[in-house]
Design a protein. Structure first.
Length: 197
């Protein structure tokens, strides 16, 4: 199949005619500027620009705390890299758990536009003690940098378990909401164990 030349716009013809009259340095600068993409970055490029550092961190199989992310970000900034802070990511994605989920999806190529299947039981079901529940809530709160909310906990639990399963790690032992309610009567009573009265 023969290739057909695309018609050149009048603006390009005028630019080509005047370019030869420009000084050498100006022509090089113009060529450099024209070689850059002036289009809006794609959704994938924007995700990578926001989440690239967090993607690197989750590839080892653990979700970092906001504090750990910000420490690495500051170290990278000294080396000349510019990544958004954890607060900016939380503002964009809503919660640290949602940010982490987006990073895990990007790290493990799960960015298709499809509904997620419910995760089957990946590990044997082992009952939780009240102490284990409090420890899980403390760890989750530490990961997000503040006392964790109920729905943020649900999202964080889902992401942590998915990441552990993908890496063949043991169950991270985050109980479901029903288990927490069974032991403490409700979310507020459970979270008050780590926050205090």
């Amino acid at each position: 199949m023969a290739e057909t030349a695309q018609p050149v716009s009048e603006a390009c013809q005028i630019l080509a005619a005047t370019a030869s009259a420009l000084p050498e340095q100006t022509r090089h600068e113009l060529a450099r500027l024209l070689s850059h993409s002036v289009a809006m970055p794609t959704a994938q490029e924007l995700r990578e620009m926001r989440l690239g550092l967090l993607v690197e961190m989750v590839k080892d199989g653990t979700l970092p705390r906001t504090k750990d992310y910000d420490e690495l970000r500051n170290a990278r900034r000294k080396a000349g890299a510019d990544w958004p802070g954890s607060t900016g990511l939380i503002l964009h994605y809503g919660t640290w758990a949602a940010t982490s989920r987006a990073a895990v999806d990007l790290a493990f190529h799960e960015t298709t536009n499809r509904a997620r299947a419910r995760t089957p039981h990946m590990w044997p079901i082992v009952p939780y003690t009240r102490k284990e529940i409090v420890e899980a809530l403390e760890l989750a709160s530490e990961k997000v940098g503040q006392p964790i909310g109920q729905w943020e906990y649900v999202e964080l639990r889902r992401v942590e378990r998915q990441l552990a399963w993908r890496n063949g790690s043991p169950d991270p032992r985050y109980p479901e909401l029903g288990v927490i309610r069974k032991h403490f009567g409700g979310w507020d009573a459970a979270i008050s164990q780590i926050v205090g009265p």
